[in-house]
Write a protein that binds this ligand. Structure first.
Ligand code: C2E
Ligand code: CA
Ligand code: CA
Ligand code: CA
Length: 284
């Protein structure tokens, strides 16, 4: 039993070492990823749930590591935050997304809004209105075509300061939506004070509307309807993400959800591939 204990201990440390080694390699390469131009953006459409036409686009970052291959933002964004490099990456994402959006306009495509994710860490670390103003100036994108997606974590910080920052962004014409709504712990009284434009119903809730047999689940459906109603009562738009089935899209439309986004409509695609998705009904 004693030997076994020691072996499992060694196994444990070996696994831990492998993991911290992996983390170390990832850390040192993440530090250089920007200058080595290893990041790319992909774009996922949001459509009007009534007519199925593109209403906006969300920019999502991808890291193409020369050896590790494609690294998910779920894995490297938290690391970038911990390393203090999220703001540099975030600024690159913002500028690249604005430039792409302006490029689609210059091609004569119908104008769409581009949504950019801003991490909570980035929000506290940097002067967001300043960075946004710079990106808009450098790319020539009119401010009304930019939307920032913030998580509830951002709202939970010093309220007065957050309100002031959001106000100055909206005064520029930029729109604000709350991402993954319902998964954090933002209080409803704070929410009412926030100068924002939309709530994004988290994918996990959309996923719970129906059970495996395509039957509406009472609780899941109720939660989604409640978030949509909450948004509308606060004069905000409701956007649902992670929509994968026609049943989910129809349910959301019937509850008045303004926009939907998910694999049903389109996976995230390159800026070039997005062009074919303009100007037509994308709902099945
Ligand atoms: P998110 O902002 O909630 O983005 C939605 C994620 O769900 C994306 O994953 C998207 O590809 C995925 N998705 C979209 N439709 C569906 C669907 O129908 N079904 C399923 N199962 N998934 C769907 P992705 O691109 O891997 O991004 C994951 C998270 O990483 C994002 O969650 C966001 O929190 C973060 N992230 C991505 N890009 C950026 C960025 O540029 N900056 C920051 N700060 N965070 C980012
Ligand atoms: Ca998002
Ligand atoms: Ca989201
Ligand atoms: Ca989410």
């Amino acid at each position: 039993a004693k030997d076994l204990g020691r072996n499992s201990y060694q196994l444990y440390t070996a696994a831990m070492n492998a993991r911290s080694f992996e983390r170390l390699t990832m850390e040192s390469s993440l530090r250089h990823a920007l200058t080595r131009e290893e990041f790319r953006l992909v774009y996922q459409v949001k459509v009007d749930s009534e007519d199925g036409r593109m209403s906006g686009v969300e920019a999502l970052v991808r890291w193409h590591h020369p050896e590790m291959g494609l690294v998910s933002p779920v894995d490297f964004i938290p690391l970038a935050e911990a390393m203090g490099v999220i703001s540099d990456i975030g600024e690159w994402v913002l500028r690249t997304a604005c430039r792409q959006c302006k490029h689609w306009m210059d091609l004569g495509l119908p104008p769409v809004r581009i949504a950019v994710n801003v991490s909570a860490q980035q929000f506290v670390e940097t002067d967001v209105p300043e960075v946004v103003a710079r990106a808009l100036r450098e790319t020539g994108l009119p401010p009304q075509y930019l939307e920032l997606e913030l998580t509830e974590t951002v709202l939970m910080q010093r309220v007065d300061e957050v309100v002031a920052v959001l106000k100055s962004l909206r005064a520029m014409g930029v729109r604000i939506s709350i991402d993954d709504f319902g998964t954090g712990y933002s209080s409803l009284s704070y929410l009412k004070r926030m100068p924002i434009d939309a709530l994004k119903v988290d994918r996990s809730f959309v996923n719970d509307i129906f059970d495996g047999q395509s039957k509406v689940t009472e609780d899941g459906a109720e939660i989604v309807s409640t978030i949509i109603n909450l948004a509308h009562n606060l004069k905000l738009k409701a956007i649902a993400e992670g929509v994968e089935t026609p049943e989910q899209a129809e349910f959301l439309r019937s509850k008045g959800c303004d926009e939907v986004q998910g694999y049903l409509i389109s996976r995230p695609v390159s800026g070039e591939d997005l062009i074919s998705l303009f100007d037509r009904n994308l709902l099945p």
